[in-house]
Design a protein around this ligand. Sequence first.
Ligand SMILES: [Mg+2]
Length: 123
Amino acid sequence: MAMDKDTNVQKLKDALRKFRDDRDWAQFHDPKNLAEAISIEAAELQEHFLWKEREEAIRQLREDAHFREEVGEELADVFIFCMNFANAADMDVSSLILDKVEKSNKKYPVEKSRGKATKYNKL
Ligand SMILES: [Mg+2]
């Protein structure tokens, strides 16, 4: 099984493109549908934490193998639809993320933001 340390984003995108094309599902993978799917899968991820106390959720995620597996599946669904969106829109995920990190570095300078959860426009 592939691990983060020995795979790359292109391999993931290629595997998802093959899965999609083998089923002739590109016709359903338009940006609107995929953006909605990302949001729905993110809600499914959130549902596992709904009404739980923060400390209980952290403990369960650390110690409960079944809970951890279910959460992992929803996290995978979120990533999969993000990758499907990137494939459909011909977007390069790595440059998008690294560009965003660079922008965030400017918006949140370490000396102003360290240890604070304050939005950049309130720093
Ligand atoms: Mg799901």
